[in-house]
Design a protein around this ligand. Structure first.
Ligand code: ATR
Length: 277
C-alpha cells in the first residue's frame, strides 16, 4: 500500500520489508538511521522493545505503550527537529528516531469508515483481552463509548483491563461477561478465526447475534471469518480488519511524508496483495 501511495504522489521513495531478530533491533534502527531512511514500521515482537530504543516518543506511543511507526528527524540550523523529508537537498548532520503509534487510530478510523459508526455513547461487546484487545478497549474509552463488556477466555486479563478503564475513564461503564441487553457493536480482538477450524470467539448461546449488532473482526485474512459469516446471516453490518491495517498505514504515511494519504489507492493495493482481486 505504501509503494502504491508513493507512486501516486510522485515520491521517489520505496517501502521495503526486512526481518531482524529482536536482539538486533537496536542495530537495525541504527542502520536505517545512518542510511538516511525516512522512517520504519515495526511489528510483533518489536513494538514493545522499541520503546526503550528510540531517541524520543510521541505522545501516541506513550499512551499506547508500543511503537509501530518510527520517523527519522534531522536537526535544523536553528536547533529544531524536523522530518527528514524536509532535508532532501541538504542532509542534516544530526538525526534522531521518534516512536509513534498509529494502531489505535487505525481501529477508530476503520470503525468510522467501514461501519459508519460514531463511537461516542455506544455500547460495545469486546471479545479478547490480549495486546490488541487492551488497545481497542482503551481507544474505545478515549472515544467516549458509554459501556464496554469485556469477554476473554482468561478472565483475569479482562479484569485487568476493566480496572484500568475504571481508573482512567470513570465515565465509561466497563463490565465483565456478556451483556443482558443489546449492544451496538461486537468487536473481535481474539485470534479465533485465523484458522479454518477455530471455534467462534462469541458464545452464541450466551449472546445471540441480531441484525442490530454491527460486527467488526480485526482479522482480515480470511476476509470472512466464521464470526463475520454468522453476523451477515443474522442480518447485521460487518467489516473485517483490512480497514484497520489500511488506516494505521495511512497515518504512518502522513507522519513520514506530511501529505494526505491517498486512501483509495492504498486500499486497492492492499486488496490486490491480500485477496488477489
Ligand atoms: P494480540 O496481541 O494479537 O492481542 P495476544 O495478546 O496473544 O495477541 O491475544 C490473543 C487473544 O486471543 C487473547 O484474548 C486470547 O485469550 P487468552 O487471553 O485467554 O489467551 C485469545 N485467544 C487465543 N486463542 C484462543 C482460544 N483458543 N480460545 C479463546 N480465546 C483465544
Amino acid at each position: 500500500m505504501h509503494n502504491a501511495a508513493f507512486a501516486a504522489l510522485g515520491l521517489n521513495w520505496r517501502y521495503l520489508a526486512c526481518e531482524a531478530r529482536p536482539e538486533n533491533l537496536r542495530a537495525a534502527i541504527e542502520g536505517a538511521r545512518v542510511m538516511g531512511f525516512m522512517g520504519l514500521n515495526l511489528t510483533v515482537p518489536h513494538k514493545l522493545l522499541a520503546l526503550d530504543i528510540v531517541d524520543a516518543l510521541d505522545v501516541s506511543a506513550k499512551v499506547w505503550g508500543a511503537v509501530n511507526t518510527i520517523r527519522f528527524e534531522g536537526r535544523s540550523t536553528n536547533g529544531d527537529w524536523l522530518p527528514l523529508r524536509l532535508f532532501e537537498k541538504d542532509p542534516p548532520v544530526e538525526i534522531r528516531s521518534v516512536g509513534f503509534n498509529t494502531d489505535a487510530d487505525g481501529l477508530a478510523n476503520s470503525l468510522r469508515e467501514d461501519l459508519k459508526m460514531e463511537l461516542r455513547g455506544k455500547r460495545v461487546l469486546l471479545l479478547g483481552a490480549g495486546g490488541a484487545g487492551r488497545s481497542a478497549a482503551l481507544k474505545l474509552a478515549t472515544e467516549g463509548v458509554a459501556e464496554l463488556f469485556l469477554v476473554n477466555r482468561t478472565h483475569s486479563k479482562a479484569l485487568e483491563i476493566q480496572t484500568e478503564i475504571q481508573k482512567n475513564f470513570p465515565s465509561v461503564r466497563a463490565g465483565l461477561d456478556y451483556p443482558k441487553t443489546d449492544v451496538d457493536l461486537i468487536l473481535n480482538a481474539t485470534s479465533l478465526g485465523l484458522k479454518p477450524d477455530d471455534t467462534l470467539p462469541l458464545d452464541e448461546k450466551a449472546f445471540p447475534l441480531r441484525p442490530t449488532h454491527a460486527v467488526y473482526d480485526m482479522i482480515y485474512r480470511p476476509a470472512e471469518t466464521a464470526l463475520l459469516k454468522a453476523a451477515k446471516t443474522a442480518g447485521g453490518k460487518t467489516a473485517n480488519g483490512l480497514g484497520m491495517l489500511l488506516h494505521q498505514g495511512a497515518k504512518a504515511f502522513e507522519i513520514w511524508t506530511g501529505e494526505t494519504a491517498p486512501l483509495g489507492v492504498m486500499r486497492r493495493a492492499l486488496e490486490q496483495n491480500i485477496y488477489g482481486n
